[in-house]
Design a protein. Structure first.
Length: 226
């Protein structure tokens, strides 16, 4: 009598890989691992958008990612570790978007700030699930992440403005400016209006530049951003 075995999710994945041929070439192992990890991060963002982090389960993530439970635990110890990894990955993506915008913006620091903010807002608007995870869900799990985001944003802003004569010397508290900007953005995200975030460009440009460039220069850049 023939014996039949039931494949686990991992065994099924391995079997599918083993059957790869000329028309379905086998991917290098590291590429497969990166792909699995990316699917998990995408699944975390999707589930948090649907159910919030507190109600998201490992089963939800596994289902959205199309992987086995064992595969999840190969990458992450728990869902908390996963949500922070997803937030960090999206923050790195935003950093890349900002770097491209900065490289294309020319030599005027104030214009560079405006262009970078515009590019980041556009990316936030096109990925609402990730935006919610980054700005709402991850900080709820650990409020300390807000400090990390604040340090990153203020550091990036100062770096962009260093090309200007004495511009990077803050004339007001940049942390207060960060708080004002964060409230504006989070209000839109919480209301399900992430797609409208680019409309905040003039106000965010003004808020970002005011501590460093003064009111006149900040107003001028905000008007140019309309």
């Amino acid at each position: 009598m023939a014996q039949h075995s039931v494949e686990t999710g991992d065994e099924a994945e391995n079997a599918a890989t083993a059957k790869a041929g000329v028309l379905t070439p086998r991917l290098p192992q590291d590429i497969g691992i990166r792909s699995q990890r990316q699917r998990i991060l995408e699944a975390m963002a999707k589930s948090c958008a649907e159910k919030t982090f507190s109600r998201t389960t490992i089963a939800d993530i596994v289902e959205h990612a199309g992987i086995s439970r064992g595969t999840f635990y190969k990458h992450f110890a728990n869902k908390e570790e996963c949500v922070f990894a997803a937030a960090d990955a999206f923050l790195l993506e935003l950093q890349g978007v900002g770097a491209i915008a900065y490289a294309r913006s020319g030599d005027l620091p104030l214009n560079s700030v405006r262009d970078v903010i515009a590019a980041v807002l556009e990316r936030l608007a096109t990925k609402p699930e990730h935006t919610k995870l980054l700005l709402i869900e991850a900080p709820i799990v650990d409020p300390e992440v807000v400090r990390r985001y604040r340090s990153f944003v203020i550091g990036a802003l100062k770096s962009m403005l260093q090309a200007g004569s004495n511009v990077a010397r803050a004339k007001a508290d940049p942390e207060i400016a960060f708080g004002r900007a964060k409230v504006l953005i989070v209000d839109y995200v919480a209301a399900g209006q992430s797609e409208d975030l680019p409309s905040l460009l003039p106000e965010l440009v003004y808020i970002a530049l005011l501590p460093y460039a003064g009111q006149a220069a900040a107003l001028a850049q905000a008007k140019n951003a309309r």
